[in-house]
Design a protein around this ligand. Structure first.
Ligand SMILES: N[C@@H](CCC(=O)N[C@@H](CS)C(=O)NCC(=O)O)C(=O)O
Length: 228
């Protein structure tokens, strides 16, 4: 299997966590943001990564979007499962996956790029890095106001996680797609000292999930160099 990705994207991390959890061998092709469209659009019709090319008999040629990739992997290799047996619990797990994808993954991007343009500027003050940050901020409309709204969404998500994650799972009594998605999409916050210091349990849990999924932590969790 070949995963087309940005190496530091948290949605691509979500796909890698799922592949790793199921111990499915895969290779990655790292794309350059902007130029990636030339590779991805003809394959999936969309402009986002991750995109998985299963390259296997009786499998679709292209699976785009992290949620679809997990759905495909679950059918391709059901064990160990990321979906839950109980129907109601599974519906709830998919609802949480969607909430983290649509609301929290985007909010994490806003909070992180606001940080990188301000307190986190010294992490990489090079003009190259600052240009990338400026392009991303303009592409997504990231500014002090939009980042403030995103911060509130992240706060609500962490409050919810604090009820379930300190000693258990988001749904039911085992690891599921909901836990995996939360860990992937909140991982960029591990580069921000304010979050790291205030919520050590959150980052301990994200680290545990990475271990369970055989995926290294974001390379620069310590130094704060991270782009998505
Ligand atoms: N819902 C998508 C979101 C993926 C996404 O937002 N990917 C970003 C990278 S983090 C991307 O490809 N951005 C490039 C672009 O929008 O041109 C998923 O879950 O796969």
């Amino acid at each position: 299997m070949l995963l087309l990705q940005f190496s530091t994207s948290h949605y691509c991390r979500k796909a890698r966590l799922a592949l790793g959890y199921k111990q499915i061998p895969f290779q990655v092709e790292n794309l350059t943001p902007g130029l990636h469209i030339l590779r991805v659009k003809p394959l999936s019709g969309s402009k986002t990564v991750p995109v998985l090319l299963p390259q296997q008999k009786n499998c679709p040629a292209v699976v785009a979007d992290s949620t679809e990739i997990i759905r495909f992997l679950e059918a391709y290799k059901p064990e160990p499962p990321l979906y839950l047996e109980d129907d109601a619990q599974q519906q709830e797990a998919l609802r949480l996956e969607d909430y983290f994808d649509e609301s929290i993954g985007t909010a994490a991007r806003f909070v992180y790029y606001q940080f990188r343009a301000n307190e986190g500027k010294q992490i990489d003050p090079s003009w190259m890095s600052q240009i990338v940050i400026a392009i991303v901020r303009s592409q997504y409309g990231i500014n002090a106001n939009s980042a403030k709204i995103a911060e509130k969404k992240i706060g609500d998500a962490i409050a919810m996680l604090s009820e379930f994650w300190q000693d258990g799972y988001l749904i039911g009594d085992r690891f599921s797609v909901a836990d995996l998605t939360a860990a992937a999409l909140l991982s960029p916050l591990g580069l921000m000292p304010a979050y790291r210091q205030t919520y050590p349990w959150l980052f301990a849990r994200i680290a545990e999930i990475h271990q369970l999924c055989h995926e290294p932590l974001p390379q620069n969790w310590q130094s704060g160099l991270y782009q998505m």
